[in-house]
Ligand binder design. Structure first.
Ligand SMILES: Cc1ncc(C[n+]2csc(CCOP(=O)(O)OP(=O)(O)O)c2C)c(N)n1
Ligand SMILES: [Mg+2]
Length: 392
């Protein structure tokens, strides 16, 4: 038993799993327990993470050469900022106990969703993700008010307050959730892609998962079928290095997760998720392939600034590691780009920031003033099919 209360985490070192690999990793990281979520951070974790998980190269991109208008790149900035401020307000509201259940924040990963916003045909293409879903929802066009009301469990939320943080859905903008079972959304994503192809469209599905989810068996079954049936899908691993408190070098036999697509006859891609233009550039190519029925398996290396959820004491990583990643913040990076290219002055950007701050604040007011759904509606919206045999 290690220090995690109530959780049995055996020390596996003596089993000599993969002698040349695990033993070395353990030496480097000082980790002693699988699923370590408590205790002190290993002294060398900072070095080992940076050494093991390189964020991948960033090119010297120019948005116009990538086919993005000035307005589009300014929109990317504003949308990333909206995601950041919205979640900061959500975290505060959680602290005031206005939000119940889990709350998993996306802070640090916003460049991915902001790029998706400009790569997709929103409303026609489909997106499915796990429980860390606020950023993608806001990027696809879900309103901050409707999202915050959903977090508060209020009737004006997207699922009338019955879905909560982990289950953001919005049919109009192609947001297919919001799923709490790790990896469970990936076969669903393959199914959505199958449907898009079956209907004869050239729309695509982006199916997101975490680095932890990438180890799930169902992911591989779905990937195999996608390769076999030439499905219009891009599987995207948002590798933020941790699955709860377990670093990816402790959960994955190999660290180049994107190469898994090779086994299923797909395009593979590795993307630096701290630069929105880089994400846009590479993701656009994968989406174009998907429209032609050529699926991809993509790994986007990123970092989450907050704990796994609000109750995570984050003892598994060091301050230095965090600071090093935050120094590469995608919002600050794009802000500098906008200024350097003369797309916006610092004063204009400050004015946007202030406006966005107000929008996020207003969403909290909106949610506070929205009623809870009536108890009688508890069993409504459970099944779509009205004559489903188990309803009564
Ligand atoms: C099937 C299943 N197993 C375990 C859990 C508990 N759990 C919730 S989140 C999580 C970690 C997933 O990490 P990752 O896929 O990297 O996503 P991230 O939280 O980093 O975005 C685990 C193990 C779960 N929800 N579902
Ligand atoms: Mg992760």
């Amino acid at each position: 038993m290690n220090g995690v209360s109530g959780v049995y985490c055996p020390d596996l070192d003596h089993l000599q799993l993969k002698p040349g690999f695990m033993a070395k990793k353990n030496q480097e990281t000082g980790h002693t327990a699988v699923g370590q979520t408590n205790g002190t951070a290993p002294a060398s974790a900072y070095d080992s993470i940076d050494h093991l998980i390189d964020l991948a190269p960033i090119e010297d991109n120019d948005h116009r050469e990538l086919g993005l208008s000035d307005e589009a790149v300014c929109d990317m900035y504003r949308n990333m900022m909206l995601q950041r401020r919205f979640e900061e307000r959500a975290a505060q509201a959680y602290g005031r106990q206005r939000i119940g259940g889990f709350l998993h924040l996306y802070n640090g990963q916003e460049a991915i969703s902001a790029a998706v916003r400009h790569v997709l045909r929103i409303g026609e293409d489909q997106v499915i993700t796990a429980y860390r879903d606020h950023g993608l929802g806001l990027a696809l066009g879900m309103t901050p008010n409707g999202c915050m009301a959903e977090l508060f469990g209020r009737i004006d939320g997207y699922s009338r307050g019955k879905g909560g943080s982990m289950h953001f859905f919005d049919k109009k903008n192609g947001m297919c959730g919001g799923h709490g079972i790790v990896g469970g959304q990936i076969p669903l994503g393959a199914g959505i892609a199958f449907g898009l192809k079956y209907k004869g469209t050239d729309n695509v599905c982006l199916a997101f998962m975490g680095d932890g989810a990438a180890q799930q068996g169902a992911v591989h079954e779905a990937a195999n079928l996608a390769g076999l049936y030439d499905l219009p899908v891009v599987f995207i691993v948002e590798n933020n290095i941790y699955g709860m408190g377990t670093a990816v070098d402790r959960s994955s036999a190999t660290l180049e997760l994107y190469k898994r697509g090779e086994a299923y006859g797909m395009h593979c891609g590795l993307i630096n998720g701290m630069d929105v233009l880089q994400v846009y550039k590479q993701l656009k190519q994968h989406v174009e392939w998907a429209r032609k029925g050529e699926p991809s398996f993509v790994e986007i290396r990123t970092y989450r600034y907050r704990g796994h959820s609000m109750s995570d004491p984050q003892k598994y990583r060091t301050k230095e590691e965090m600071e090093n990643r935050q120094n590469q913040d995608p919002i600050i990076r794009l802000k500098l780009y906008l200024e350097n290219k003369g797309l916006a002055t610092p004063e204009e950007i400050d004015a946007w920031d202030e406006e966005i701050n107000q929008v996020a604040l207003e969403s909290v007011n909106f949610a506070e003033n929205s009623p809870f759904p009536p108890v009688e509606t508890m069993w409504e919206d459970v099944y779509v099919q009205q004559d489903y045999p188990f309803i009564n």
